[in-house]
Design a protein around this ligand. Structure first.
Ligand code: ADP
Length: 595
């Protein structure tokens, strides 16, 4: 406005001055205009380039990008949408989006979108979108609102990406999980049932059961194996303290009522609290067998033992131990009392029969002996009388006396022959000589006498060197000799208290390559006056004794080339020592058959 006023008044006088001012201004404005236009063109081009780049970007993004107005009506969707759904994009707002959503998801999608619009907060929805091929795929849609600086909602921007693979994988995992859970549930149910069945069986069964925990010992056994030990027996023989530790570590977890009843206990707990090594006469042997089974992973062992119950009651049983897990063993027991009683009756009857047979044999032999001896004795008596008379004659009839003495000698020899033959008849039989392991035979014999040892509350030890050579002889006879000597020892020890009854067999090298076996006991020993008579036939100090056992033993040992002697131990008790030849001595093989 000021410029206009000046133009009207000053032109006539100062027209040149005005022009001088106006021209540069006009030029300046025009240049500025030109610059602005140029800038605008540059900016428009940059904007177009940016828009194009954005479009490229939108096209290259592997997901659907969308934009909506503040009312939520979409006004822009990238081409990906059309590619996936096959729906034209010309007017995004007109697309009936809900027709593309899976009918099962439509409500959830509607609710989430309505909630987001109401709260004007970002959202995320998972739903199935129908694709161009007509199939549905799982998609994840996100959106966030954009606001003006004054807080007005301008637009919604968002994306939709394909998560079908993830959802599928998730569903598979969930399915697998569910199957797994179901299996676990079924298995647990089965286990619970079988555990309940087992418990019921365990508790109410008439068969006695005992469950033991060998967990601690198992750890030590595994360590042994890791250290390279393979022979469990050899190891525990060399390391008795290890065995003792393992045996002590075995604990009774539970016993059933049948076992408590069998052993005379009122309640199972009282029995379970007892250390396992106190529960049987051969408990340490049984527990050692159990440990050996655990060492080698054997699932089953069985045997016989005598259980020790309340008030020292003894019950012979057949037992089975089963390894039910790495750390648990369950044993069951069958009471053999009745069977043992019948067996004892049978054995007694057999023994009685054998005794009667022998008495009958001895009776018959005595009769024939008396008969046979009668004549030579009568002859000896007569000759003795005649000899005395001829000796007392004056002068003494020395020729007659000589004849009588010769006849006495002959008759004496006849008597000796008769006695010898009778003795041979008593021990008649055919003997077979062969090489065998004496240590093993002694161990077998010990097993054979286990019951007698138990019944007579006696202990027995065997000491036998490992490098003992084999012996040669009649294995059956040697066993008979051992049985006789050990049984005699048991008889003798009946006179001493049970705690002192101890049989011991010691094997060693004798002279001239013979093997010497000493059988000792802790009985009263042999009276001095009986020592010379021991091996005489029919010498006995026992009420029911026959007095021929030692006689038979000596004959058998001598037939094998050995000797049998009796003596007393310095510390008390008797000791019988016999010898048998070792195989590798240059002795002639003893006679194999004696008639
Ligand atoms: P039996 O055993 O039938 O008596 P034996 O010939 O075996 O017949 O024994 C004869 C005797 O020897 C026995 O009666 C006993 O007096 C004595 N005797 C045998 N072994 C021993 C022993 N270990 N301790 C003490 N005396 C014994």
């Amino acid at each position: 406005m000021d410029i206009g006023d000046a133009d009207d008044t000053d032109i006539p006088r100062g027209g040149v001055r005005v022009l001088t001012v106006l021209v540069p201004v006009t030029i300046t404005v025009s240049v500025a205009l030109l610059i602005s236009q140029w800038r605008l063109r540059v900016a428009t081009r940059a904007l177009a380039a940016g828009r194009q780049e954005l479009e490229h970007l939108l096209l290259s993004v592997p997901k659907i990008i969308w934009r909506a107005g503040p009312d939520g009506v979409p006004d822009l969707v990238n081409k990906r949408f059309a590619t996936l759904t096959g729906v034209d994009l010309v007017a995004p707002g007109a697309v009936e989006f809900q027709h593309l959503v899976h009918p099962d998801d439509i409500n959830a999608v509607g609710r989430s979108w309505a909630k987001a619009k109401a709260s004007r907060r970002p959202f995320q929805i998972t739903f199935r979108l129908r694709h161009a091929d007509g199939g549905y795929r799982w998609m994840s849609a996100t959106g966030r609102p954009a606001f003006s600086t004054s807080g007005d909602l301008l637009r919604w921007y968002g994306g939709i990406s394909d998560i079908d693979a993830e959802v599928g994988a998730l569903a598979t995992v969930q399915r697998l999980n569910a199957t797994l859970e179901q299996r676990v549930e079924e298995r647990t149910h089965d286990l619970t049932l079988s555990e309940a069945r087992y418990r019921r069986l365990f508790e109410v069964s008439n068969v006695s059961f005992c469950e033991q925990d060998i967990g601690d010992a198992k750890i030590w056994l595994d360590e042994l194996k890791r250290d390279g030990v393979t022979d469990f027996r050899a190891y525990v023989t060399a390391h008795p303290e290890f065995l003792d530790r393992c045996v002590t570590a075995i604990k009774t977890v539970e016993v059933n009522e049948a076992l408590a009843r069998l052993l005379g206990y009122q309640n199972c707990g009282e029995l379970a609290a007892k250390p396992p090594r106190e529960n049987a006469e051969t408990a340490v042997k049984v527990l050692t067998d159990q440990l050996e089974a655990a060492f080698h992973g054997w699932t089953n062992i069985e045997g016989t033992t005598v259980l020790i119950g309340k008030d020292d009651r003894r019950i012979p049983v057949l037992y089975t131990v089963r390894l039910v897990s790495d750390t648990r063993q369950v044993s069951s027991h069958i009471d053999l009392t009745e069977r043992e009683r019948i067996e004892a009756l049978r054995t007694a009857a057999q023994a009685e029969l054998a005794r009667s047979n022998r008495i009958a044999t001895v009776g018959a032999l005595s009769t024939s002996l008396a008969h046979e001896l009668n004549q030579p004795i009568a002859a000896i008596m007569t000759d003795a009388g005649t000899g005395v008379r001829w000796l007392e004659a004056d002068p003494p009839n020395t020729d007659g006396l000589r004849r009588v003495l010769r006849r006495l000698e002959v008759n004496g020899k006849r008597l000796a022959d008769i006695v010898q033959r009778t003795r041979d008849q008593l021990v008649k039989g055919t003997r077979t000589a062969s090489a065998f392991d004496l240590g093993q035979l002694i161990a077998e014999t010990k097993d054979l006498l286990e019951r007698d040892l138990t019944m007579r509350q006696s202990a027995m030890t065997v000491a036998c060197p490992h490098d003992l050579p084999q012996v040669i002889g009649d294995r059956v006879e040697v066993r008979q000799v051992l049985v006789n000597l050990l049984m005699n020892g048991l008889d003798a020890m009946a006179a001493v208290p049970a705690s002192q009854r101890q049989l011991s067999v010691a094997v060693g090298h004798g002279v001239n390559g013979m093997i010497r076996v000493a059988v000792a006991d802790t009985g009263p020993g042999i009276a001095e006056e009986d020592m010379a008579k021991l091996f005489q036939p029919f010498f006995t100090t026992k009420p029911g004794g026959m007095g021929i056992g030692l006689q038979i033993c000596r004959t058998a040992v001598e037939a094998m080339g050995g000797t049998l002697k009796a003596g007393n131990n310095l510390g008390g008790g008797a000791v019988f020592t016999f010898t048998v030849p070792a195989v590798d001595i240059p002795h002639p093989v003893p006679s194999v058959a004696i008639a």
